[in-house]
Design a protein around this ligand. Sequence first.
Ligand code: ZN
Length: 322
Amino acid sequence: MSAGYFPKREKVGLEDLFRGLVTAGHILHREEVTGEYGGHVSVRSPDNPATYWMSCALSPALVSSADDLVEYNVEDSSPVEKDAKTGFLERFIHGEIYKKFPAINCVVHGHTSEVLPYCVTDVPLKATTHLAGFLGGNIPVWDASAHAPSGSKQHLLVTDAKLGASLAAAFKPATSAGFIYSKVRSALPAQLAGNPPDPSREPDHAVVLMRGHGFTTVATGIEEAVYQSVYLKRAAKTQTAALTIHNAYFGHTVEGKVDVEGGGKIKSAKVKPEGSLKYLTDKEAHDAWEANQPIVGKSWALWCREVEVSPFYRNECPGSED
Ligand SMILES: [Zn+2]
């Protein structure tokens, strides 16, 4: 037993953890963060930080009992039980993040379609609303192709520990500037954290985008990781809509020199957008994420109720009531 994972609870046992993990997968499916096979969620073991749990290779929507869950070693993402059910190829994302960041207890990976445009266009995804302050203004985009050995399959998937470690490193670049996630996390009450916060071993970013693939987000608890996944998607939708109407309304201007002798052509022309989107400043992102912590638990409670009353989802893990 150890503290953390769920804000209202002082201790969490495996039963609670399993129930929460299954519910998290249902919420991520219902909120369309993960599609049929478009992602997975994992949690670090509360009794043993050297292992973590995630479902076998099932759609998160169909995971329903402890029999669907597999325990993996953080060291190499091998299953603890040799006869474990077949797992996700990309479990190395989870294992390598737990290895690098001791305070991280929950990881979500998704292929969410609303986020994908920001994984391929070089348009930076930034915090547009107070509810997405955790994004800050400088989300890294990690490119698997830059790290896959030459001659290997170029499928953009994270299917080994080396690629997983490379992705994990993107959460804490050698130099970080602007909004730094760990500075907010470490300032928050310890009840949200599974381990005592240590900024030097916490990620600088809550989210890393993955070129041509999707995203991964990390947190100290299940509720927070699910919140970040849902609000990452919503922030992407908001930004896309804002960019669309902004460009339609304001248009662009062309700047350059008119070449009179050349027939009036414009030389060295540059196209500039008029106006600008008003993203959150780094301080606004920091303060908004700090102020909105109570919303994380409230959102979780609502989403839990929604999946509990839906006959589509089954959660047969016993767990204890809040
Ligand atoms: Zn993936």
